[in-house]
Design a protein around this ligand. Structure first.
Ligand code: AMP
Length: 291
């Protein structure tokens, strides 16, 4: 097989053959699962893959199991041609882009369900979502058997759910996080940002503004978690957010809600601008108290 250029495979056998061949040759392989509509956030993970491994394999699969019937599975942005051009420009070695029938044949009957880290936040707001994610990602990890799998911190709870599933199922893959890539005004890149109209796009920057201020005040103990969260919620409401699914301070490892930062914590939010649900999060690590 070619040693340069992007190879596109659509079957599990072809994916396994190629990754297996590289690993037998002593090359390390990073897997970067995505749902396509690739942007700089995804591409930063491909670059991270190149930094830590010899080969990078991207996957593109819009996973029906992680969308509720009322959600945007049908309208989710898709464009393999453009995605392939971006992967080629990034020097990605392999793309696995299976059909739904390859991932979920008619007699498919197994669900991977993680408890604990998946219970709150998006798990509470979107019942069944993390079962869909854990099931598809467990399959992708077992199908490819890479050395490393890379996921964005943008979806922080998802990263922890996948790490838990890989650990519990003894999947021999190192699950690694990559930092959130943002627009100039701080909005986290997301394929769903394409749904925002011009006015909503302006309003959306309030998310990182609200999170950043609250995180800084909590970290330095200029304000209590409770007070800062209330102020952040107010800011989002004032900016025109129509609904807030959650805005919570949680332990960075367990995602149990906390009201102080004696250990590393994370401030996480999911909020709606009209029809579009945006999520974001930021680290909160206590610093020496300032006066
Ligand atoms: P998605 O295609 O939205 O399922 O995302 C695929 C992967 O890209 C996931 O691991 C996401 O966390 C990651 N990702 C999405 N947006 C960003 C971003 N703005 N910065 C870094 N990683 C991201």
């Amino acid at each position: 097989m070619e040693t340069t250029g992007l190879e596109i495979v659509r079957t599990v056998a072809a994916l396994r053959d190629q990754v297996g061949e590289w690993r037998r040759d002593g090359q390390t392989v990073a897997l970067v699962p995505t749902m396509g509509a690739l942007h700089e956030g995804h591409l930063s993970l491909m670059r991270q893959g190149h930094e830590i491994c010899d080969r990078v394999c991207a996957t593109i699969f819009v996973n029906p199991k992680q969308f509720a019937p009322s959600e945007d599975f049908e309208t989710y942005p898709r464009g393999e041609g453009e995605d392939v051009a971006k992967l080629i420009a990034e020097g990605v070695d392999l793309l696995f882009a299976p059909d739904v029938s390859v991932m979920y044949p008619d007699n498919f009957a197994t669900t991977v369900s993680v408890t604990g880290v998946s219970d709150g936040l998006c798990g509470a707001a979107r019942p069944g979502f993390f079962d869909g994610v854990a099931t598809v990602v467990s399959k992708l990890l077992l199908q490819a058997l890479p050395d490393v799998a890379i996921f964005g911190e943008k979806d922080y709870q998802q990263l922890l759910v996948i790490r838990q599933a890989a650990q519990d199922l003894n999947i021999p893959v190192d699950v690694v996080g990559g930092p959130t890539v943002r627009e100039a005004d701080g909005l986290a890149l997301s394929s769903r940002n394409a749904y925002l109209n011009e006015a909503e796009r302006q309003q959306a920057a309030a998310i990182i503004d609200a999170l950043g201020t609250a995180a800084a005040n909590i970290a330095t103990r200029r304000g209590t978690a409770k007070g800062e969260i209330a102020a952040a919620v107010q800011k989002l409401n004032d900016a025109g957010f129509t609904n807030i699914d959650y805005l919570e301070l949680c332990d960075a490892e367990t995602l149990v809600p906390v009201d102080d930062v004696t250990r590393p914590a994370r401030l996480l939010v999911a909020a709606w601008l009209g029809e579009t649900r945006l999520i974001d999060n930021i680290a909160v690590v206590a610093t020496t108290q300032t006066k």
